[in-house]
Design a protein around this ligand. Structure first.
Ligand code: PHE
Length: 451
């Protein structure tokens, strides 16, 4: 039964773990979310803070989360319960697992709607969207889709269905194979886009926008957004990486794999930005155009390039796969809990989780049409879910993971699991980052952004 997530199988090798974790990390967060967040938060300073967060908090917390999974060998809720018990700590630590499960459901609900739009674009490209496309045409295409409850629901349903279908089979084999060709493929098409952008009129302006750091333009809320984005894009703070950590084969360096995954993920996000902002400026678009930014820019870029229909098609297909390899990790913590703890079959668990996330996702479907003016805490329903999950739940989950690994677990246990020597430089830097830097910085940013 080497095919089921809940049977505590191990990944075949270190490479497989890296591919799976990278599959989880690289997704819509890099290609859809990072560019529009950068655009809405003023560019360079946001990118800078995001990079600092990835290095100072993302990598150490990824190490901590992987390690918790590796020691716990269960779903995130039971893992936290077991490890708290082993450390004679408060059993309430299991609610950290619960918050992660909830965050995964919330994120998947809107993730699926956006991934659904990507599927729609595959169809549009096949039927000639990219021929002689201009800005007005690109805007009309996405506005039309946003206005159509029927189409949004159709593709959202398909994406949730696909996600649950894969998770139902057990994730290992299929996903391992998929990411092996998917990641290099996505990377290649991204390079084509970057080359195209490099030849466009807006290149210099795009690069300046992304890399000129002007802290004057950075609000406390933007800093919180950058932190939230770091957690979101690395899949941290909700148990996805913990679940993958529980399949880690013995003898693998958690420090090295975490650094590699974070590096690949960051590279994809930065390349996506470099591909998109020149197109924004060359076409006189607003960088702060919001969540539809890639749906306005990418079709224009592909339409203008040689063999654009082919590259565009490849890109959107790969993006759907990248979204799938992330979405399965969003729901796997919930599924494995329900299977391991309540004894439901994987199938029943997936159908149940599918219905719940689908229903919640309808709020995001309505966010661009009938609920467009309805305010939830001052923003749209989608905006509210996104803010709550990415900017609050993931950072809070991240701090708690850091605190647990740094303060609650026995030092010798953490060093043993990380496979680094307790008095070495590497271990001591990690310990300092999870004990002090991550909890303090995340708390300050959260408080600053929220109040
Ligand atoms: N990291 C994924 C992305 O960037 C999203 C994700 C978040 C996946 C949290 C799992 C957990 O698209």
């Amino acid at each position: 039964m080497a095919h089921h997530f809940s049977d505590r199988v191990q990944f075949k090798s270190r490479l497989t773990f890296i591919l799976a974790a990278t599959g989880s990390a690289v997704g819509l967060g890099n290609i859809w979310k990072f560019p529009y967040m950068t655009g809405e938060n003023g560019g360079g300073a946001f990118v800078f803070v995001y990079l600092v967060c990835v290095i100072m908090m993302g990598i150490p917390i990824m190490m901590a989360e992987t390690m918790l999974g590796k020691r716990g060998q269960k779903n995130p809720i039971s893992t936290m319960a077991t490890l708290a018990n082993q450390a004679r700590a408060n059993p309430a630590w299991k609610y950290l697992g619960w918050m992660g499960v909830l965050a995964g459901v919330i994120i998947l609900s809107y993730y699926s709607v956006i991934a659904g739009k990507t599927i729609h674009y595959i169809g549009r490209i096949l039927t000639g969207l990219l021929w002689d496309l201009d800005l007005a045409g690109a805007e009309a295409a996405i506005d039309g889709l946003n206005g159509s409850i029927f189409l949004l629901t159709l593709w959202h349903t398909l994406f949730i269905g696909l996600t649950m279908y894969i998770v139902m089979q057990g994730v290992n084999e299929g996903i391992e194979k998929a990411v092996e060709f998917l990641m290099p493929g996505l990377f290649l098409v991204l390079m084509v886009l970057v080359l195209y952008a490099a030849m466009s009129d807006g290149f210099q302006q795009g690069i300046d926008f992304m890399f000129t750091v002007d802290f004057g333009s950075l609000s406390a809320d933007s800093v919180l957004m950058a932190l939230g984005q770091a957690f979101f894009t690395l899949s941290l703070g909700m148990g996805a990486i913990m679940i993958y950590g529980s399949y880690l084969p013995p003898g693998v360096s958690i420090a090295k794999t975490s650094a590699i995954v974070a590096l690949c993920d960051t590279l994809v996000a930065i390349l996506a930005g470099i591909a998109i902002f020149p197109i924004v400026f060359a076409n006189g678009l607003e960088p702060a155009a919001g969540p539809d930014l890639i749906f306005k820019t990418l079709p224009l870029a592909f339409s203008g390039m040689f063999a654009g229909t082919l590259f565009g098609l490849m890109f959107f297909v790969l993006l759907v796969f990248a979204a799938l390899s992330s979405s399965i990790s969003l729901i796997e913590p919930a599924i494995s809990y329900v299977v391991e703890k309540w004894g439901l079959t994987r199938k029943t668990a997936c159908i149940g989780a599918g219905i719940i996330t689908w229903t919640l996702g309808m709020g995001t479907v309505f966010s661009t049409n009938i609920w467009i003016d309805k305010k939830f805490f001052g923003t749209t329903f989608f905006g509210f879910l996104d803010y709550l999950s990415a900017n609050i739940m993931l950072p809070v989950g991240g701090i708690l993971i850091a605190v647990f690994a740094g303060w609650i677990m026995r030092q010798s246990d953490t060093a043993e699991s990380l496979q680094i020597s307790e008095d070495g430089y590497l271990y001591r830097s990690w310990k300092f980052l999870v004990c002090y830097v991550a909890p303090i910085a995340v708390s300050l940013v959260l408080l600053g952004g929220l109040f």
